[in-house]
Ligand binder design. Structure first.
Ligand SMILES: CC(C)(COP(=O)(O)OP(=O)(O)OC[C@H]1O[C@@H](n2cnc3c(N)ncnc32)[C@H](O)[C@@H]1OP(=O)(O)O)[C@@H](O)C(=O)NCCC(=O)NCCS
Length: 345
């Protein structure tokens, strides 16, 4: 059967008082949806093709349930049936093609495709998403438009409750939407929706993972993975280390870290790393830093800007503790991950 659309999701949404969507929770977003399922959407709902976001009522869901059953898509059919009992608005978001999103429901579907590991970071178009999202207070009483928070706080107090505000952000915690298999996260607040945590990833309390970014395999993350940064299998980010993002003055190089590399504690990179690289703890390599390239005998062979070494494999970067110069050598001891750390994910 041919795949006819990019993705779709049945979700539960939250609106602000003006009726704009703050967020949508998709229980099981679908990628590369097959024709029979698309036909079921077309025949049982008001979906007429293209990229479209619709609110479904109970009778829509009833018809959708039957059509999906007929199409043999049991998982989505059961979901449609279950959502009939939702006291919150139910949304059908269909993305026939992977275009720049046009509303929050589409943004949330795309972020969840990444966090559900259906799509890798950078593999879906997110252009303009920031402007579509409403700044939201994520609270013990659910998401609240930040402009409506004070009023809700007063009402809650009058009824003897305190609304606990966890964050004010356009993005929620990833784990409140999906907990992918085989991961550990020390502090849920440190991983934003839209992060991609591969099986075998541990994010310790100091670690952080932004949207459209994350890991592709085993990884111990004790440092920060900025928006857009992707870390390869077997690479570790030491405590408090930093990967430079592109959002605020970090240049426009999208940083990637290859496999089996280590960024030391409190170190940082403004360039990409290849495989089996080490950055000494405490050393921040910016793209324009002058780096002395050393031979086997620690003699300087050349001096280059760090960006020229971006993405190369088997390098060890250190700051010469006697002279302060940044040096780069061949990394002879490709790091071995501590198997014990990853064994219990
Ligand atoms: C850069 C690093 C990998 C070097 O470690 P190493 O390969 O074990 O190297 P060693 O400390 O054994 O040193 C090898 C040689 O390089 C020299 N050397 C090491 N660091 C140096 C520096 N910054 N400047 C000058 N010389 C240095 C050593 O003195 C030694 O010289 P010698 O051969 O004359 O005795 C290590 O210092 C490091 O920063 N590791 C990161 C660990 C980390 O942060 N993990 C995450 C925890 S959360």
């Amino acid at each position: 059967m041919s795949n006819t659309i990019f993705a779709f999701g049945l979700g539960i949404g939250t609106q602000n008082k003006e009726g704009n969507w703050l967020e949508v929770f998709y229980a099981s977003p679908s990628l590369n949806t097959e024709k029979s399922t698309v036909d079921a959407l077309l025949e049982s709902t008001n979906y007429e093709g293209g990229n479209s976001t619709l609110e479904l009522d109970e009778s829509d869901l009833n018809r959708l349930h039957m059509s999906l059953l007929k199409a043999g898509n049991i998982e989505q059919a059961e979901l449609a049936s279950r959502l009939k009992a939702s006291t919150k608005p139910v949304i059908l978001c269909v993305l026939a093609t992977d275009e720049a999103p046009t509303n929050p429901a589409e943004v949330y579907l795309k972020l969840q495709l990444i966090s559900h590991r259906l799509v890798k970071p950078h593999n879906t178009v997110l252009d303009g998403m920031f402007g579509l999202l409403i700044n939201t207070a994520w609270t013990s009483e659910g998401p609240i438009d930040v402009r409506e928070l004070a009023d809700r706080q007063l009402s809650a107090r009058m009824e003897g409750r305190t609304i606990e505000v966890f964050s004010v952000d356009k993005f929620p915690k990833m784990l409140n939407f999906v907990v992918p298999t085989g991961i550990r996260v020390g502090d849920a607040a440190r991983v934003r929706l839209g992060a991609h945590l591969a099986e075998g990833t541990t994010v310790m309390h100091e670690g952080f993972v932004n949207f459209n970014a994350g890991t592709l395999g085993n990884s111990m993350v004790e440092g920060r993975i900025s928006a857009g940064v992707v870390v390869g299998n077997g690479s570790d980010l030491g405590g408090g280390c930093s990967t430079m993002g592109t959002l605020s003055g970090g240049g426009n190089i999208v940083i990637a870290v290859g496999e089996q590399s280590l960024i030391g504690a409190n170190a940082g990179i403004g360039i990409g790393l290849g495989d089996r690289c080490i950055v000494e703890s405490g050393l921040y390599i910016t793209a324009g830093s002058k780096v002395a390239v050393l031979d086997e005998n620690n003699q300087v062979v050349s001096t280059v800007k760090a960006r020229e070494l971006s993405g190369q494999s088997d390098l060890l970067f250190r700051r010469n503790s006697a002279t302060g110069a940044i040096e780069c050598k061949t990394n002879k001891n490709a790091i071995a991950l501590n198997e014990m750390l990853h064994a219990h994910n």
